[in-house]
Design a protein around this ligand. Structure first.
Ligand code: NAD
Ligand code: WQD
Length: 340
């Protein structure tokens, strides 16, 4: 019999790619999502890639009763990957209560359901944002966490603290928090990718939409940072490599290979690329000329952010293989296909 896993937020960008990797590894996947930031058609896209359409439940995970009923009928699951959350940094500054309400109630209801029905293994989607404004690089998992610059980021920091406390209090419960750096890219089939609503805040969808003529030009936020070319540096990670890290992390929990009941792993490539590096890669792989200009820095942006990924490499045996060119090219293929 297949191992059953629950993926919350599984019709979203990272969740859908992760569902594909779990199905490919022989797991039975149950997706639960309220479709507040994703579309039901993603299930057919997953089927087109894997041959399997995952079971789907449309539930708002802030609804305690419905969440509990869901857990009761899925108590045979070996683990849960919690992607469900609101994620727009700028929006969270304007609507902090909605962000705390959604992201923290999801987590509490998920933990209560797991506790009540004996589901022992949790993977939590965290973020490099928990390092706040860091002073030294590369960031490893023992680097000091600081108050994130947005309420969204703070839901990740508080979320990790809640999980850590619960993992100390509970004998059987184990969790791994994956701190993603900058996930970009799309599935090589061209059938899955990121679908931001409205004007994208993130760099990669803004680039692809500009190249497609949906936006006039990309504004590069800042060109006088103390970096090699003056533009800010980030650790971009291909979403498919990121998805595979979840499979390895859950297998580590299932096989009880953890050293502690709550573990943390950075998930990036360990390489910092500037905004101009990303544009150069995009122009090279897609043969598109990008319209861009320099603008002032975006408030809250850090100049440089990149990971030390040696812990994930050594302990999860996870090695990202896809390059920046793979990321920019697949993002472009996805953008063209979804607008065709
Ligand atoms: P996404 O918005 O594409 O996916 C999140 C999914 O959660 C959506 O399908 C949405 O409908 C669902 N959801 C939200 N609130 C819900 C609720 N109350 N009940 C049920 N479902 C709900 O986002 P993503 O980019 O795939 O991110 C997945 C996770 O990874 C999030 O927790 C996010 O904070 C985290 N993360 C993302 C990034 C990034 O750059 N994309 C970076 C670091 C961490
Ligand atoms: C990347 C670089 C911008 C847009 C965010 C969240 C973080 C995490 C990942 C969830 C920066 C520059 C961008 C544009 C630009 N999400 N840029 N023009 O800000 O590193 O991280 O997503 O956890 O919490 O903060 O990602 O893609 O927005 O920006 O010049 O129009 O591109 O200044 O240097 P960021 P990003």
């Amino acid at each position: 019999m297949k191992n059953k896993i629950i993926i919350t937020g599984g019709t979203g960008y990272i969740g859908s790619h992760t569902a594909v990797e779990f199905i490919n590894e022989g797991f039975e996947v149950i997706i639960v999502d309220n479709l507040s930031n994703s579309d039901i058609s993603v299930l057919d896209s997953i089927k087109s890639i894997t041959g399997v359409k995952p079971t789907f439940e449309n539930i708002d995970l802030t609804d305690k009763n419905k969440t509990s009923i869901f857990f009761e009928s899925n108590k045979d699951a070996v683990g849960l990957i919690n992607f469900a959350a609101f994620k727009a940094v700028g929006e969270s500054v304007k609507m902090p209560l909605q962000y705390y309400h959604n992201n923290l109630n999801i987590l509490l209801n998920v933990l209560e359901g797991m506790n009540r029905f004996g589901i022992r293994n949790l993977i939590f989607s965290s973020s490099a944002t928990v390092y706040g404004l860091p002073d030294c690089f590369p960031l490893n998992e023992n680097s000091t966490t600081k108050r994130p610059t947005s309420p969204y980021g703070n839901t990740k920091k508080i979320g990790e603290e809640i999980i850590e406390d619960f993992s100390k209090a509970s004998i059987n419960f184990k969790a791994i928090s994956l701190r993603y750096f900058n996930p970009i890219g799309a599935h090589s089939s061209g059938n899955l990718g990121e679908t931001p609503t409205g004007i994208p805040n993130n760099l990669m969808p803004f680039i692809t939409q500009t190249a497609l003529g949906l936006r006039d030009e990309l504004k590069i936020f800042g060109n006088d940072y103390k970096t090699k070319d003056g533009t800010a540096v980030r650790d971009y990670i291909h979403v498919v490599d990121l998805a595979k890290a979840h499979v390895l992390a859950l297998q580590r929990l299932i096989r009880n290979e953890v050293l502690e009941n709550f573990e943390i792993f950075n998930i990036g490539t360990g390489i910092g690329y500037s905004v101009l590096d990303v544009i150069a890669s995009f122009e090279k792989t897609t043969k598109q000329k990008l319209n861009y200009s320099f603008a002032s820095k975006r408030e809250g942006d850090v100049p440089i952010l990149y990971a030390s990924t040696s812990k994930a490499k050594e302990e999860l045996n996870w090695n990202p293989i896809l390059t920046l060119d793979d990321m920019t090219e697949s993002s472009w293929e996805w953008e063209k296909k979804r607008n065709s």
